[in-house]
Design a protein around this ligand. Structure first.
Ligand SMILES: Cc1cc2nc3c(=O)[nH]c(=O)nc-3n(C[C@H](O)[C@H](O)[C@H](O)COP(=O)(O)O)c2cc1C
Length: 206
């Protein structure tokens, strides 16, 4: 039985462009895996553990080869739970609008929580090694403008950091489905681009 983890990084619910597309991705998964499990993590509804002094101390302990101790463990329990939830997924779908050229803060917070040494990456003699290999990741993004080419491409701080973080943990080839421009060229173009992204979602095979 396959598990799909859906990370929702838009607070807009029924109004959300990324969720309209992600819903098709999930419907496609369910049609191909009727016994599959869908785990939804709404990053705006659920509060993530803070990367506090104690939590970051725990990270530095792991980085220096030590174990978590009595002081750091309480702050780390919810961090470990999120890491396990992520690791349990065969497929991860990320729904993320562009906010101020990058990802919404809750999604960055999520990555700050789960990207931990010895859990999702480790350092070896040959450099860093991702430990989340074999996962399929589909990233659904939408932007008000169009960042696909020209000078605007360099302003896209959403896709490159997502690729970097996913690559670092062993997922070198995430699939991106993008809907853009959702605002910059008027409602007709937006509808057309949204429909194209939904069609791309319908062609996915799991
Ligand atoms: C706080 C905020 C910041 C945004 N910043 C940008 C931006 O920098 N560039 C852009 O093209 N669109 C920006 N947008 C527009 C959204 O990316 C766009 O409307 C997207 O389709 C929203 O996706 P959603 O409906 O799934 O939330 C912003 C929207 C909000 C609410």
């Amino acid at each position: 039985m396959k598990t799909l983890l859906h990370l929702v990084a838009s607070p807009r619910g029924e109004l959300s462009n990324t969720l309209k597309i992600a819903r098709e991705v999930i419907a496609r998964f369910q049609s191909q895996h009727p016994d599959g499990k869908v785990d939804t993590l709404d990053l705006f509804a659920e509060s993530l553990p803070p990367m506090s002094l104690t939590a970051t101390d725990g990270k530095y302990r792991l980085l220096s080869g030590k174990e978590l101790d009595a002081e750091t463990m309480p702050a780390w329990q919810p961090i470990l739970a999120h890491i396990e939830r992520f690791k349990a997924a065969d497929i991860v779908v990320i729904s993320s609008p562009m906010w101020n050229f990058g990802m919404p803060y809750v999604l960055k917070h999520y990555f700050d929580v789960i990207l931990q040494p010895r859990h999702l990456f480790r350092y070896t003699e040959n450099g860093p090694e991702g430990l989340a290999k074999g996962k399929r990741v589909i990233v659904v993004t939408s932007h008000g403008g169009d960042y696909s080419e020209g000078p605007a491409k360099a302003m896209d701080l959403l896709e490159p950091p997502l690729r970097t973080m996913l690559g670092f943990i062993g997922i070198p080839e995430p699939t991106f489905i993008k809907a853009q421009p959702m605002l910059g060229a008027g409602p007709e173009v937006a509808q057309q681009k949204l429909a194209q992204a939904i069609e791309a979602a319908k062609r996915l095979t799991f």
